[in-house]
Ligand binder design. Sequence first.
Ligand SMILES: Nc1ncnc2c1ncn2[C@@H]1O[C@H](COP(=O)(O)OP(=O)(O)OP(=O)(O)O)[C@@H](O)[C@H]1O
Length: 344
Amino acid sequence: MTADVHVKAVEHRFNSFTALHRVDLQIAAGEFIVLLGPSGCGKTTLLSIIGGFLTPSEGQVLIGGRDMTHVAPKDRPTTTMFQDYALFPHMSLRDNVAFGLRMRGMAKAARNAKALEMLEMVGLADKAARRPHELSGGMRQRVALARALAVEPDVLLLDEPLGALDLKLRRQMQEELKAIQRRVGTTFVHVTHDQEEAMAIADRIVVMNHGRIEHCGTPEEVYLTPKTMFSADFMGETNRIPVSPAGAGVTSQLGLLAIAPAEGTLCLRPESIGLTGAFSLGRATLVEAAFYGSYHRCHFRPLAAPEMLLTAHLPQGEHPRPGAEVELFGRNPVVLAPVAKAAA
Ligand SMILES: Nc1ncnc2c1ncn2[C@@H]1O[C@H](COP(=O)(O)OP(=O)(O)OP(=O)(O)O)[C@@H](O)[C@H]1O
């Protein structure tokens, strides 16, 4: 079961504070969408409006083409999975998963069979008789997912579902979550403030800031061609090189006029700077290098712009000695206009 979601010009105010400013978002049926942004940017507010826990001050929410703006959560084809899982401690895993089906009046044999099928999907069928407290955090998360999917929602809304897990388990669960979403084909709308998580699981990422969508695109688009400085910075580290129209200052010093002919900021990720690449950044001195396992994090001072430090991630074994002078190269450049405008 799956459906598309259309958020149309949704504005939401809490008293005099505007948490969402005319947000427009179209989510395709079966898509895995991640709402990403810092604390307070409006992710949970948007998710709550899609789930029906909040009614927007203005605008509409369509699910499967039907206007759901004023429809109660229980009457929407959506299920919400919260971070704390909200499992019933006194019930077995099977009864936890079957709970929503019982509420919908499904006969016992049928709902138990469905619960077992769902537990099978998340790899916990052999633990169906256990209670939640006998499980690890990751297992409880899987039970909550099984319970949410048992009622076959068209759209599953997930609010920081992996937030309570340690990093290693979190990475593992991200892969599982994505695999399960592919298998069931349900539309997933997932909230997180972790950009790595967003890139690992999303078909498209919606980057939010102060109640607005800054950029909506595939992980590659949002990471490699951010539309705003906020997106560029939020998705990872960026070297910012100021660009001036007359070619004065740093731009011409580094010989970047062909790359960045307009005024603004040239953004280069640390892994887009190296000893080879698409264009030269001129000669530079390695100031320091630190070992990060799979790469060396190096700070270079360009000879032509000594006030600047460029950060590069060089593969193991490729970094020069501190103090050495090398020619640096760049690739995947992004030039952002001086005043970055919010874009949908
Ligand atoms: N019930 C409320 N009354 C007043 N202001 C609220 C209410 N709920 C949320 N807000 C405000 O609206 C803004 C958006 O909140 P929201 O919870 O959607 O952010 P978020 O991006 O999900 O943040 P977090 O990652 O911290 O959960 C915040 O500034 C928050 O303080």
